[in-house]
Design a binder for this molecule. Structure first.
Ligand code: NAD
Length: 368
């Protein structure tokens, strides 16, 4: 049995048997005989996360890796042979505008450093292709808005790589909140962090990263607080701690604690850091009990429990499900349970802008 069928069989039994609306196009994804439209994707930026996505896409049903965009010829050659990519679908950063004339590519997945997302997504839109962009969508809300406007003007879709929006245990807690089982959610704790290594990497370069841990990992707690509480925050407070000024230069946050206030009275208390390892926990407290994910946002398996016991849903390869789901969104107009479009990502960027301002000024920032 090939690995794709193996994957589908593993998932089919467990997810479909639970009869839960986990995915907007579950029937298609888990149907071995799927013969509907397939999203043909080129990946831009062949780094470490791109490799993870490319590997995961090998077991996709509705999405297929067909092209690459890279500034490094040797990487292109390696990807061509590893993923069977035709020479006509290979581009570099100077000529990728020509993708416009390539009918074999539907979408470009931008997986380059954060500070380049705006320029790259706008180039994709100009070439008339759908854009999928890694998180954070941009380095601030203004850039994010530019990207949304450009994709709208070009009549192409803009989606952002929020893979947790398709993760079964995450979706189960959202279902419990929506159904009223949890009661009103009043408190969310999000802890997001790891110890960052090489001080010369782009993640510690303000121009390429847009910030430190907040842009990279703290964004998971922001986004998580919004889908777990089910509201948009109305105020932000934040405090920054920096112990290593050599490694974490001006504009690169090492550790930020922040609090978000929600209109229904819920509060989120979160920590984002580049100086503590294995920090990956969501805790949701509601009138009727609690839900916890730990780890909450790593590549999995995600572990979860509520006051009623363990959450027993199968591990899925996040990027495989994400790309199949995104194909359904782009090609069939499917609606995901939690949005993954540019507008959704813009909400996180506005909150990040406010967190940086709150940390700098010591003031409570109104988000209304
Ligand atoms: P990486 O350094 O491994 O890869 C970045 C790629 O961009 C490299 O191939 C590099 O050659 C290329 N690049 C193009 N222009 C560049 C430039 N001017 N400077 C530096 N590199 C340039 O980084 P990564 O970990 O793959 O992260 C890429 C993006 O993916 C980031 O936006 C990051 O936030 C995101 N990411 C998302 C997840 C997730 O779980 N969704 C996980 C990791 C990274």
């Amino acid at each position: 049995m090939d690995s794709r069928r193996d994957f589908l069989q593993k998932i089919t039994g467990s997810v479909i048997a639970l009869n839960l609306p986990r995915y907007s196009n579950a029937k298609d994804i888990f149907n071995n005989s799927y013969n509907g439209p397939v999203l043909r994707v080129a990946i831009m930026g062949l780094g470490s996360y791109a490799t993870r996505v490319a590997d995961a896409m090998q077991t996709c049903t509705k999405a297929k890796l067909v092209g690459v965009i890279s500034g490094t010829p040797s990487k292109i050659t390696a990807w061509q042979s590893k993923y069977n990519i035709p020479a006509g679908n290979c581009y570099n950063y100077s000529n990728f505008g020509n993708i416009k004339n390539n009918p074999d590519i539907d979408a470009v997945y931008v997986i380059t450093p954060n500070g380049l997302h705006r320029e790259h997504v706008m180039g994709v839109a100009k070439a008339g292709k759908h854009a999928i962009c890694e998180k954070p969508m941009a380095v601030n809300a203004k850039e994010g808005q530019d990207m949304i406007d450009a994709c709208k003007a070009a009549n192409v879709k803009l989606l952002v790589g929020y893979r947790m929006h398709f993760e079964p245990k995450t979706l189960e807690i959202i279902r419990m909140r929506k159904s009223g089982e949890l009661g009103k959610v009043l408190f969310f704790q999000g802890l997001s962090g790891f110890v960052i290594g090489d001080p010369t990497q782009w993640r510690l370069n303000k121009k390429l990263s847009g910030g430190g841990s907040m842009m990279d990992i703290g964004i998971y707690s922001i986004n998580g607080s919004r889908y777990m509480i089910g509201e948009e925050p109305v105020w932000v407070t934040a405090q920054e701690t920096k112990n290593n000024h050599e490694k974490f230069k001006e504009g690169i946050d090492e550790t930020i604690q922040f609090q978000l206030g929600f209109p229904g009275g819920a509060v989120a208390s979160c920590l984002s850091t580049y100086s503590m390892n294995n920090l990956d926990r969501f805790f949701v407290n509601a009138e009727n009990g609690f839900a916890e994910l730990m780890p909450a946002t790593g590549y999995g398996p995600i572990e979860g429990r509520t006051n009623n016991g363990e959450l027993n849903y199968p591990h899925v390869t996040h990027q495989t499900v994400q790309m199949d789901e995104m194909a359904g969104i782009i090609l069939q107009g499917n609606k995901p349970i939690v949005p993954v479009d540019g507008e959704e990502a813009l909400k996180d960027l506005k909150i990040i802008d406010a967190i940086f301002l709150a940390a700098k000024t010591g003031k409570k920032i109104d988000l209304k």
